[in-house]
Design a protein around this ligand. Structure first.
Ligand SMILES: CCOC(=O)Nc1nc2cc3nc(NC)[nH]c3cc2c(=O)[nH]1
Ligand SMILES: [Zn+2]
Length: 372
């Protein structure tokens, strides 16, 4: 029987390398979670996701509750069976998606009523319903139902929103079914106000969760404010608890957040960029639709073992995107996820080898070169 926990392996300042033990297997941290919004990592098979080195994938409660419905997924054996991913799955609570529906949703102290973007049907999410849906999906890691306020916002607006999210966190914890190897994460809110962030951490650790997410960031505040908020918030989280920074980010964001003690990440950038001809590489990004790649016989990256880099040229990817061929987004999504996983593995190895500072300097110097 597995107990859900994070085990430290090595440290470099605030950065940590470790293992996350779950009911669906152990995953090395720091880890990047590909986003599998509607039960699929777009343009990828789960075997190709596995081949990039991914350990945990993310599923969206909001999308899955609307289609095909949580009850149907449960009846079919849960999300692991449904999408054929035997490893850990983290499901978000739907909070963030629903908040971004704008006029299609009505928020009150008890939850959110909204209309489906698919067929306009009416739905309601509350802390209890969100937690029940994630249970029906058999999520390895469930997230609390929270409100992520748009930034910039006045401190009193941020405070009111955070305090509502803390009341919702209490209700989520009460509704959560504890099972060995499964987890529920509290989501720290508080905008970029250190005192509000501290109040939120205190409230959540008082309730007690298996892990803690830093929410309310990567919503337009900019990297400097994101990093300063991490510096004031992460040290308040219990050392043995896994930390998850939601919706982040670029390779440079990931490096800076790992340096500040974050263990887990999710972001749509590598998959979304893969569909829009943008390639991530050790030397910055490439827009493969650009004519300058039309005759370039080199792989996207000489350091990459993905299918695109081991079999094809930049010229071929350029051609596929110009011809609007499905294989283009498939190959480039594969490459971008492989790059993100290689980046995480490289940071982890440097922390374990006691060479993290030198590795961070090397990464930043390379990204600045974007000359190939
Ligand atoms: C993944 C769990 O998400 C939730 O259930 N709530 C939540 N999600 C967020 C997603 C975010 N994505 C970004 N930037 C792309 N920032 C985010 C914040 C939250 C959040 O505060 N709360
Ligand atoms: Zn590649």
């Amino acid at each position: 029987m597995t107990t859900f926990r994070w085990r430290p392996e090595a440290r470099a300042g605030h950065a940590r390398a470790g293992w996350l033990d779950t009911a669906h297997g152990s995953v090395p941290t720091p880890t990047f979670m590909p986003v599998g919004t509607v039960g699929t990592v777009k343009a990828m098979t789960m075997d190709s996701v596995r081949s990039t080195g991914a350990g945990i994938v993310l599923g969206n409660t909001y999308h899955l509750m609307l289609r095909p419905g949580a009850e149907r997924v449960r009846a079919l054996g849960g999300l692991h069976r449904f999408m054929d991913w035997p490893g850990p799955i983290l499901t978000d609570s739907g909070g963030f998606q629903v908040m971004s529906l704008g006029p299609l949703r009505k928020l009150d102290q008890d939850g959110v009523t909204f209309r489906s973007h698919i067929d306009g049907s009416k739905h309601r999410l509350t802390p209890e319903r969100s937690t029940d849906i994630q249970y029906a999906l058999d999520a390895t890691i469930s997230m609390c139902f929270d409100e992520c306020p748009a930034l910039p916002a006045a401190p009193d607006v941020i405070a009111k929103s955070m305090r509502m999210s803390m009341r919702w966190a209490e209700r989520c914890r009460t509704a959560f079914v504890q099972r060995p190897g499964y987890a529920q994460y509290g989501i720290i809110q508080g905008g970029t106000e250190p005192e509000l962030r501290a109040e939120s951490v205190k409230a959540l650790t008082g309730i007690g969760f298996e892990g803690y997410a830093i929410g309310g960031l990567a919503v337009g505040e900019g990297q400097e404010l994101m990093f300063s908020t991490l510096e004031s918030t992460v040290p308040l989280i219990p050392d043995a608890s896994p930390r998850y920074l939601m919706g982040v980010g670029t390779p440079d964001d990931l490096l800076g957040a790992v340096e500040r003690g974050v263990d887990m990440f999710d972001c749509v950038m590598p998959t979304r960029a893969g569909r829009t001809a943008r390639a991530y590489t050790e030397r910055g990004t490439l827009n493969l639709r650009n004519a300058r790649h039309a005759t370039d016989s080199r792989p996207i990256s000489p350091h990459c073992d993905c299918l695109a880099c081991s079999r094809h040229s930049r010229a071929y990817l350029h051609h596929l995107f110009r011809a609007n061929e499905i294989l283009g987004p498939m190959l480039l999504t594969w490459h971008n996820l492989a790059y993100y996983q290689r980046l995480m593995r490289g940071m982890r190895a440097a922390i374990v080898d006691g060479a993290f500072t030198a590795h961070a300097d090397h990464l930043r110097a390379q990204w600045a070169m974007d000359d190939w």
